[in-house]
Design a protein. Structure first.
Length: 256
């Protein structure tokens, strides 16, 4: 494999990694870009989904009278990859209830998942001074991961600083650091994510891969045993770890 880490390469590893992932509603690195999502994706790790409200017709339904219910409906659609439907509902709420910061954030997330990077970035940047700053830095990190990994890591670090207990943010940052061969830093993030949510298979799998990479065989096997990881799953994670080691780390301004 030539060149540095590109979006297509990271996506391939993430898609392999997602073989073992249990999705969370609304969730690096996945677009599983890392976790980075984008690159990393992840995207990124449930709870009962909100009750659906009929979204047909001209939009004059029960959800229109309950903005929070309508917002949860939109999050449900995003979790189920119904991005065009989610965007339509966002536009309806913006028309009837005004363009709130929550709706702007949901629009940025939706446009990022639709591949509308420039529009998504513009909205994220407009929210950096708001209560959605952490989520917006995370979104920007996912957007920039395929263009400038160093910048993406800085933005993911800011997201974690603002929301230090967010498992998805920790996992996506840890994965970005791992594929950049910054293993010591990655260990802190992935171990934290795994301890914060011991049911997050994505964080656990990334941690196992990192332990294989750093030749901590005993540690990797201990985590796998404690989590009842099958021999087949473990073999797959070992192969993915080898792929990361054998591929050049991402760097700022890499060759496309």
């Amino acid at each position: 494999m030539s060149g540095v880490w590109h979006l297509s390469v990271i996506k391939t590893i993430i898609m392999k990694n997602n073989t073992y992932k249990i999705k969370r509603p609304g969730s690096m690195i996945h677009t599983q870009r890392l976790a980075l999502a984008g690159v990393l994706l992840a995207l990124l790790a449930g709870c009962a989904l909100p009750t659906r409200v009929d979204g047909g017709g001209n939009g004059n339904n029960a959800a229109s009278d309950h903005p929070q219910m309508h917002a949860e409906l939109i999050r449900d659609m995003l979790a189920q990859h119904q991005y065009y439907a989610a965007l339509a509902h966002i536009q309806e709420m913006q028309r009837t209830d005004g363009n709130t910061r929550e709706l702007r954030f949901l629009e940025a997330e939706t446009r990022r998942k639709l591949g509308q990077s420039a529009a998504a970035a513009q909205i994220y940047e407009s929210l950096l001074g708001s209560e959605y700053a952490g989520q917006s830095y995370h979104g920007l990190g996912l957007l920039n991961a395929d263009r400038d990994m160093a910048l993406a890591i800085q933005q993911l670090q800011k997201a974690v600083q603002l929301r230090p207990t967010d498992v998805q943010f920790r996992n996506d940052l840890g994965y970005a650091l791992m594929v950049s061969h910054r293993y010591k830093e990655a260990l802190t993030e992935l171990a934290t994510a795994t301890e914060l949510d011991q049911h997050s298979q994505l964080s656990r799998n990334n941690l196992i891969m990192l332990l294989f990479i750093t030749r901590d065989e005993a540690g990797a096997l201990r985590v796998a045993r404690d989590s009842n990881v099958s021999d087949q799953e473990l073999a797959g994670l070992r192969r993915q770890a080898q792929d990361i080691v054998q591929t050049r780390p991402a760097r700022a301004g890499g060759v496309k």
